[in-house]
Design a protein around this ligand. Sequence first.
Ligand code: PGA
Length: 244
Amino acid sequence: MIRFYKGKNYDSASKIAADIIAAQMILKPDCVLGLATGSTPIGAYQELIRMNQAGLIDFSEVSTCNLDEYVGLGGNDEQSYRYFMNHQLFDHVNIDKTRTHVPNGLADDIQAACREYDEIVASVGGADLQLLGIGHDGHIGFNEPGDSFDRGTHLADLQESTIRANSRFWDGDESKVPKQAVTMGIATVMSARRILIMACGADKREIITKAFHGPITPQVPASALQLHPCVYVVGDEAAMGDLC
Ligand code: PGA
């Protein structure tokens, strides 16, 4: 089942996404949320913070597992995804930080850290709801075009296009962008019971259309989601066009 939801603009799309996450939290207060970084989910996180501070939703029993982390960056590095999550969400809500999980980008043995991360995801029971953004090349997490659909958490080499896109966080200096990341694989993502993927902006229209109306192929990693039993696709008018 794939359901499409279109907000008029970024703020209303963010509100729809936050409402879906809040619904999951209300139905199962000790749920496991799979979370994502990037520009797209920031508005949804702000809305969740507002709802939490208004007493409408409670994070005290929630666990989280993030999709990915750059290799070589620790949690105090402003560009790390642990830092992003703390600053964009965790520091502002009543979550128990010991229940928040982000892959370890500083592990000496990255392969072992990948296996351990899959064990952590399994030990909390798997994600009830996995939030995703989508890259212009169709990547989800750091699963780039060509990656097979059956992988768990693994070490990924970033594509040139992803390095270029993410260099905006390093003042446009591509040489500073880490070239590798630890990422949940498509199999890890697909094991979530529900998936919420967000796309906003006209620049995402072509890829989100390809992902859900094009062939299912590793060349468009997000197209794997067509095989999932419960997906919510949420975006603004610019991205969603005639998708719904
Ligand atoms: P964005 O990134 O939300 O910053 O567009 C999405 C992604 O690359 O997965």
